[in-house]
Design a protein around this ligand. Sequence first.
Ligand SMILES: CC(C)(COP(=O)(O)OP(=O)(O)OC[C@H]1O[C@@H](n2cnc3c(N)ncnc32)[C@H](O)[C@@H]1OP(=O)(O)O)[C@@H](O)C(=O)NCCC(=O)NCCS
Length: 184
Amino acid sequence: MTPLRRLHFRTQPKAADAPALRRLVAATGVFYPQERAVALELLEARLAQGRKCGYSFLFAEQGAEVVGYAAWGRTPLTQRTFDLYWIAVAPAAQGRGVGSALLRVVEQAVAARGGGNLIIETSSRPVYVRTRRFYREAGYRQVARLRDFYAPGDHKVMFCKVIAAPTGRRQAARARRRSAASKP
Ligand SMILES: CC(C)(COP(=O)(O)OP(=O)(O)OC[C@H]1O[C@@H](n2cnc3c(N)ncnc32)[C@H](O)[C@@H]1OP(=O)(O)O)[C@@H](O)C(=O)NCCC(=O)NCCS
């Protein structure tokens, strides 16, 4: 597949993202209805409360169309741990580097906030085989597997990557600019 061209990233959510996100998350075909509802709740919380809700968003757009998004944030009550709450790419855009690009930009934003553990939780269900490979290829290490967590036979699989804080004056300045630009 050819890489997607003219991909733009946006961090500021808007009301029109809600129907787009609902469609995108449903189209992936992997999430249960209650998970899809939670995905939308994070966005609604962000739209209603702004940054203080703790959820940062990153939208990947091609023209006016949202082709993928990620939601992440600092894990409450931790000093240097972040959670990737959600990542999804529209089926027609998958396998072209959009997910990798989203993850890279989230990692840069985590680095700009001092770095630390970036945690991703997923399911052991076969439908997530490609997703788990995607995380491994992006440098995430499986750190835990909680048996029967979601349902009997459906385990929680936790991945982690330690994101380094930027070093050097020039890098740190670049990170600060990026952080300011990507403020949720
Ligand atoms: C997991 C997910 C976010 C990955 O996004 P993606 O855009 O498909 O990922 P990428 O394209 O960056 O990388 C995935 C694959 O494309 C390949 N790829 C990456 N860049 C590419 C490019 N420029 N051209 C062609 N192929 C490319 C990668 O090698 C990888 O191959 P693989 O699937 O054989 O391992 C996406 O598949 C998805 O939304 N899945 C359903 C929802 C989901 O599981 N979300 C996570 C819940 S925990």
